[in-house]
Ligand binder design. Structure first.
Ligand code: AHR
Length: 515
């Protein structure tokens, strides 16, 4: 990231009171240089996640015997809504569930698979959705699979044989089993997680950083020796609570795994439990801090290594999640958050942060896809799209190519956690002359007039605009009405300038052609 964006302090004003005192609409300036590039946006930052948890898989994407499902049990209406999200990789089977998942329980004839006590979320796992069902879903979606291996109660052999079952072409007991179960060609699953949140005491098979590092290293060796093409994601720390040594965990784990891991996994969930809108809307500032700190740790761990040895960040669980939480949250109808407009704005700012760290964040997975802290909410009769669906859909379908390093000069505000938060939060993708700008106006009741100034190009005229907004911050969607959604607008760029007024509490995507 260049010095210019980070070090720029020429904000117009710094305090909300001062901002209110200013006459007329708030003003901002965004300078854009198509040669000032942060990095290539990896499409895999628009990934998602399905876990055997509540009604995400069973009762979400998969509902055998439902009239809305196909003959294999996949919900057709859900699949259609998922397709429109352009999910670029799908993580499975957990989450916490993966730490006691024994994949051989989930293969073979469905009616003969063993039901098992599921301890992460307090249910019984039927095992009717397993490796074949997941990878078939991947094919239906046309996306990339990402399997999280059980490094909790699982063994090195379990992890190695799962890779062999999915990827090997050799004639072995595992590949014979795969063929017997109806799949002759290997699936070639590239992305494999070395466990989930192994730093958390809540995790089955939780270990110290040293114990995890040593254990994961042996699993990693066997997995890569089985298939040298696999990419491995080490379980970084997501335990950011007071007293948790998340940086220490990451340092230690990377010492063991720096020659084998390709990504370090981070997770982040945020919420607005104390109803402090402005502080909640600033959550992505903290996200960006975590990304930059983790990047520093990765760089330090690789300092003695050849320059082409790379480890990236996989932000493989992220979302707003605070209402449907707690230890009592066990069973089937759990983690069913209903999202509102302010949650959708936070989601847009998280996506801005991933784009603005495109050089290091190469995988990200919203958690989760359906019903469980999810953009899609279904029941046995249909579904509705939650507020957070819209920003994710817009980013995933449009923001690609090179992430540009924008200079954003906008009024700022202060919260209990942050001294300076820009009212305007932005990111940009640039590909083949097409510029996509993503802009959140965090102000709850004032519009912002922004000038976008191209430093090395011109706007070719019409700019297509899509806005996600709603009647008020707490507006939600449900089965009967969609109050928060995207609506089309328009704008015109003249010469090197585009002027646009961003309404309060809005996320806007602007698409322009440059000459
Ligand atoms: O996504 C819900 C849970 O949050 C996942 O199972 C776990 O990894 C995280 O703590």
């Amino acid at each position: 990231m260049s010095l210019s964006r980070r070090s720029f302090t020429g904000c117009l004003l710094t305090l909300p009171a001062a901002v209110r005192a200013q006459s007329g609409p708030l003003k901002a300036r965004v300078k854009i240089d198509t040669e000032r590039v942060i990095g290539e946006i990896d499409p895999k930052i628009y990934g998602n996640f399905i876990e055997h948890l509540g009604r995400c898989i069973d009762g979400g994407i998969f509902e055998e015997k439902s009239p809305l499902s196909d003959s294999d049990g996949y919900r057709k209406d859900v699949l259609e809504a998922v397709r429109k999200l352009n999910v670029t990789n799908l993580r499975w089977p957990g989450g916490n569930f993966s730490s006691n998942y024994h994949w051989k329980d989930g293969i073979g004839p469905r009616d003969q698979r063993p039901p098992r006590l599921e301890m992460a979320w307090g249910t019984v796992e039927s095992n009717r959705f397993g490796t074949h069902e997941f990878l078939k879903y991947i094919e239906l979606l046309g996306t990339e699979p990402y399997i999280c291996a059980n490094l909790g109660t699982g063994t090195w052999n379990d992890a190695q044989q799962w890779v062999e079952y999915c990827n090997s072409k050799e004639d072995t007991e595992m590949t014979r089993l795969r063929k017997k179960n109806g799949r002759s060609e290997p699936w070639k699953v590239t992305y494999w997680g070395l466990g989930n949140e192994m730093d958390g005491p809540w995790q089955m098979g939780h270990r110290s950083a040293e114990d995890y590092g040593k254990f994961a290293l042996e699993a990693a060796k066997l997995m890569k020796w089985t298939d040298p093409n696999v990419k491995l994601i080490a379980a970084g720390s997501s335990n950011f609570g007071p007293g948790a040594d998340w940086t220490g965990w990451n340092r230690t784990v990377l010492e063991y795994l720096k020659h084998h891991a390709d990504y370090l996994s981070l997770h982040r969930y945020v919420g607005n439990a104390d109803n402090d809108y402005y502080d909640f809307l600033a959550s992505s500032v903290d996200l960006s801090d975590k990304i930059e700190t983790a990047e520093g740790i990765i760089r330090a761990s690789l300092s003695g290594e050849p320059r082409n040895r790379k480890i990236y960040i996989a932000f493989d669980e992220w979302n707003v999640w605070y209402r449907a939480r707690g230890n009592a949250q066990r069973g089937r109808r759990i983690l069913e958050e209903h999202y509102n407009l302010e949650d959708a704005l936070v989601v847009a700012t998280f996506l801005n942060s991933f784009v603005n760290h495109a050089h290091i964040v190469k995988i990200a997975n919203m958690a989760q896809l359906v019903n469980v802290i999810a953009p899609i909410f279904s029941n046995d009769k249909g579904l509705f799209l939650q507020t957070i669906y819209y920003p994710l859909q817009l980013f995933a379908n449009n923001t690609k190519g090179k992430a540009l390093d924008l200079l954003v000069d906008a009024p700022k505000y202060k919260t209990k956690r942050f001294d300076e938060v820009s009212y305007l939060d932005a990111s940009a993708g640039y590909e083949n002359g097409a510029l996509v700008l993503n802009v959140v106006n965090r102000h709850k009741d004032q519009p912002i007039d922004a000038d976008f100034l191209l430093e090395d190009k011109n706007f070719s005229g019409a700019v297509s605009v899509t806005e996600v907004n709603g009647p008020d911050l707490k507006s939600e969607n449900n089965f009967d009405s969609t109050t928060v959604r995207s609506t089309g607008k328009s704008a015109t760029g003249q010469g090197n300038t585009l002027r646009y007024r961003f309404p309060p509490h809005s996320y806007t995507m602007l698409k322009a052609r440059l000459t």
